[in-house]
Design a protein around this ligand. Sequence first.
Ligand SMILES: [Zn+2]
Length: 167
Amino acid sequence: MTVLILNASYEPLTFVSWQRAVALVVTGRGELLEQDGDRIVRSSGGLELPWPAVVRLLSMVKTRRGSGVPLTRQYLVARDGRRCQVAGCERRGDTIDHLVARSRGGEHRWTNVALMCGRHNSVKGDRTLDELGWSLKREPTEPTRVMILTTRARTRSEWERWVVPAQ
Ligand SMILES: [Zn+2]
């Protein structure tokens, strides 16, 4: 079971295994904020504690900001909320569109990709949004680590209450 780790500032930091999370609590480096149901973990030393869902570090860990989120399908889905990014479209974004097509020199980077539904992607082809008169729901930007972590944390109620909205 995965555990959400918050920085001392309550900012989402990472996800770790429950074993690592328990070790943080047992050694006094983290405090248990949220438990996972009524289950109990028994450590090898005979200590019993609630099964962790969210643990906050008691001292601040420095994080790099604004860089280093690799462009993967998983993270793009998190950034775009699984939805087609063409303004007004409510369909699922099942395909990755290069806004300036790769055949026209468009790069594979955060500011040039967006999720689109199959219909919009196939109509668009290698044309640009300007040529089609389309616009996007929001400007495509590189997401921050916190934004990605927050999006994942929204998938479980035990985690969700500890994270702020992504934007
Ligand atoms: Zn669409």
